[in-house]
Structures are given as structure tokens and as C-alpha cells.
Design a protein around this ligand. Structure first.
Ligand code: 5GP
Ligand code: ZN
Length: 114
């Protein structure tokens, strides 16, 4: 999707601070970090939101979640704890309509979210 910001990052048409890449997954630092670690983990294939996922996407969702956990481990924030978030549609504040898992950590967070 040429008009999708995250597809353009996948295609290297827009620069990003990439922290991990493989055949299916890309992870990069959020441009407006909300914590010392704020990484976005995305499927390379365009999927607009969780609502668009089908059974065939189960493997990629697993890869996103396990990759977030691996990046957290690499950064030494696992014991302290971290948050993983998929925002979906308006009420959750989704602004980029390409599935992305936020990995947020490195500071104490409150709950419930605002
Ligand atoms: P959402 O609100 O859709 O869950 O999250 C979108 C995230 O993408 C936001 O945290 C925002 O800061 C981040 N973002 C928006 N544009 C860019 C960009 O061009 N580059 C990077 N690295 N992150 C972006
Ligand atoms: Zn996309």
C-alpha cells in the first residue's frame, strides 16, 4: 500500500530507526517515544487493524508478540516489566492503520490507561 506510512517504512521510502528485521517482521523506534523503550513491531504485510486479521494471520501475530518479548529481554526491561499494546480504531487512538504492536517500557506506568 503506497499510501500507508508503515508500508513506506518497510519499503525504505521513509527512514526509521530499525531495531529488528526478518522476512515477516520489522521493528523500529517510535518517532514520539512515550518511555525509554518505545518500539513498534509490525508485520511487513499490510494489515490495517486487528479487525482485519484472519486465521491465516495467527502465525504473524505470534511472531509480533514473541519479537516484542525478545526485544524487551535484549534491553533488560523484562524483570522490571513492560507494556504491549495494539490500539484499534478511534476510541483506542489508532492513528496509523497498519497493525503495530507497541512495546513500551523502562519506566513505571499507571493503569488504567487514559
Ligand atoms: P497508534 O496511535 O496508531 O497506536 O500508534 C502510531 C504510532 O506511530 C505513534 O506512537 C506515533 O508516534 C508513531 N509514528 C507516527 N508516525 C511515525 C513515523 O513516521 N515514524 C515512526 N518511527 N513512528 C511514527
Ligand atoms: Zn501498511
Amino acid at each position: 500500500m503506497s499510501d500507508c506510512l508503515f508500508c513506506r517504512i518497510v519499503q525504505r521510502q521513509i527512514p526509521a530507526s530499525i531495531v529488528y528485521e526478518d522476512e515477516h517482521v520489522l521493528a523500529f523506534n517510535d518517532i514520539n517515544p512515550q518511555a525509554p523503550t518505545h518500539v513498534l513491531v509490525i508485520p511487513k504485510r499490510h494489515v490495517a487493524s486487528l479487525d482485519e486479521l484472519g486465521a491465516a494471520d495467527d502465525a504473524i501475530v505470534g511472531e509480533l508478540v514473541r519479537r516484542a518479548a525478545a526485544i524487551a529481554r535484549e534491553r533488560g526491561i523484562t524483570a522490571g516489566g513492560y507494556r504491549t499494546v495494539f490500539n484499534t480504531n478511534r476510541d483506542a487512538g489508532q492513528t496509523v492503520f497498519h497493525v503495530h504492536l507497541h512495546l513500551i517500557g523502562g519506566r513505571t506506568m499507571s493503569w488504567p490507561p487514559g
